[in-house]
Design a protein around this ligand. Structure first.
Ligand SMILES: *Cc1c(COP(=O)(O)O)cnc(C)c1O
Length: 458
């Protein structure tokens, strides 16, 4: 008999989580203005809001923290991390930052001027925020297949190379300070980019002399998908694939809170000394001195160790299998989810789940609220709230997809939790015809409104 699959780790420390009643949750979600970001974590039983900074560190990471060097300048922890980044990713130059958006803030301050165009695959919200804040424009060149949840394409994060080249020609290369490639592509469903596509982007970038920056939060999960899905890569190690991925990049911004399995941290990796020097100035102003940039020495130690663990095959197989396990259970219940299953999350197609709700009533947010009420599970909307308003017309933008993202924290929940999530969503699915009214906005911020928006039931 073939042995069943089991996690490649065991548990050394546990944290209690609390159940609640539907009555409690009705009261709490109303007090939270139907915005799940406003809930207290104690009001949540299974928290799938994000996989960012919510992972469980290993015994080796915790022990690395004990020998952190907290020197202001030249700490051993800085050099440990610098060497790890050089060895694993191939970047000669690096700047630590307190998280991913800080890396964007620093690097974009050095590279973007008003009126610039930044093409790429679907830009993450903070990336887009930092581009639009500088009065520049993000242009999405993702392949069309990404916007149909039913199509089973192995690399839905890929860039449409023709569209990319057309965008460059139309706006002229001088207007384009860099191309951004998000691996895996968070906003289109945690979908990977192939090595072949990276090579194609590199070729176009070289032709027009434009740098390529990888938005790298989930680069290791991307490498895992390359290994299991891309011809010619099946016998390479994850670390070899990672090295190859970055051989086609000029730089990277990283949110270490994802694939590097730490609770806080980020960095910039660069090949060009010239860009590094420009960015260094902004790092010192915004983040801190070059050798700590918003991170303590102990956190840099844990990050260096996390980068190593996060790029091990056995760990990635455990993680991605757990996400797929949840996806499969939902599929078996007939619930419409994005396929193939993403690396860090399952994305429920809310428009297909609740076909009777108009897009103006925030379909995915309504579904997120219903799932919370059902079982205290907190997911997050990836839909019209997140898409925000057009910066010029101030009209609401309605994206092609309304998704409920169920992000799975790394090394945190068991498959019993996945079973609870699947059954809770099935219970909501069984009552979907009774859900005929959505939500409306009462108050919103001018940029990145989804974090603080206040809603009420229609
Ligand atoms: C999380 C994330 C960021 C921003 O990183 P933070 O650490 O949350 O600031 C940027 N890009 C992508 C693709 C991300 O997933």
């Amino acid at each position: 008999m073939e042995l069943p699959f089991a996690e490649s780790y065991k548990i050394k420390m546990v944290e209690t989580i609390k159940k609640s009643t539907r009555e409690d949750r009705e009261k709490w979600i109303k007090e939270a203005n139907y915005n799940l970001f406003n809930l207290k974590s104690e009001q949540v039983f299974i928290d799938l809001l994000t996989d960012s900074g919510t992972g469980a560190m290993s015994d080796k990471q915790w022990s690395a923290m004990m020998i952190g060097d907290e020197s202001y300048a030249g700490a051993t922890s800085y050099y440990k991390l610098k060497n790890q980044i050089k060895e694993l990713l191939g970047f000669e130059y690096f700047l630590p930052t307190h998280q991913g958006r800080a890396a964007e803030n620093v690097l974009f301050s050095a590279l973007i001027t008003e009126g610039d165009i930044i093409p790429g695959n679907t830009h993450f919200d903070t990336t887009k925020g930092h581009i639009e804040f500088r009065k520049a424009k993000a242009i999405d060149c993702t392949i069309d297949e990404a916007f149909d949840t039913e199509i089973d394409h192995p690399f839905k994060g890929n860039v449409n190379l023709e569209k990319l080249e057309k965008t460059i020609q139309e706006h002229t290369p001088e207007k384009i300070p860099f191309i951004v490639l998000t691996v895996t592509c968070n906003s289109s469903g945690g979908q990977p980019v192939s090595i072949e596509n990276m090579k194609g982007i590199r070729k176009i970038a070289d032709k027009y002399n434009i740098p390529v920056i990888y938005d790298s939060a989930r680069f290791a999960e991307n490498a895992y998908f390359i290994k299991i899905r891309e011809k010619g890569c099946e016998n390479k190690t994850i670390k070899e694939i990672v090295k190859e991925m970055y051989s086609y990049a000029d730089g990277m911004t990283m949110s270490s809170k994802k694939d590097a399995i730490v609770n806080m941290g980020g960095f910039i990796g660069l090949k060009s000394e010239e860009i590094f020097k420009k960015a260094t100035m902004f790092n010192i102003i915004f983040e801190g001195y070059i050798t700590y940039g918003g991170m303590s020495g102990r956190d840099m130690n844990a990050l260096a160790q996390g980068l190593d663990e996060g790029t091990e095959f056995d760990y990635l197989e455990t993680r991605i299998n757990q996400v797929a396990y949840l996806g499969q259970r939902l599929t078996n219940f007939g619930i419409p989810v994005q396929k193939p299953y993403g690396g860090h999350a399952i994305f429920v197609d809310a428009k297909k789940f609740l076909p009777n709700l108009p897009k103006e009533e925030f379909v995915a947010q309504t579904l997120a609220v219903e799932l919370y009420l059902e079982a205290g599970i907190r997911g997050v909307e990836i839909g019209a709230l997140l898409a925000d308003r057009d910066p010029e017309t101030r009209e609401n933008r309605y994206p092609a997809l309304e998704l409920l993202r169920l992000a799975i924290p790394r090394r945190v929940y068991t498959n019993n939790h996945m079973d609870v999530i699947a059954v809770a969503l099935k219970n909501v699915f069984d009552k979907k015809n009774q859900i005929t009214k959505g939500l409306k906005i009462v108050d919103e911020a001018p940029i990145m409104r989804h974090f603080t928006v206040e809603l009420e039931r229609i």
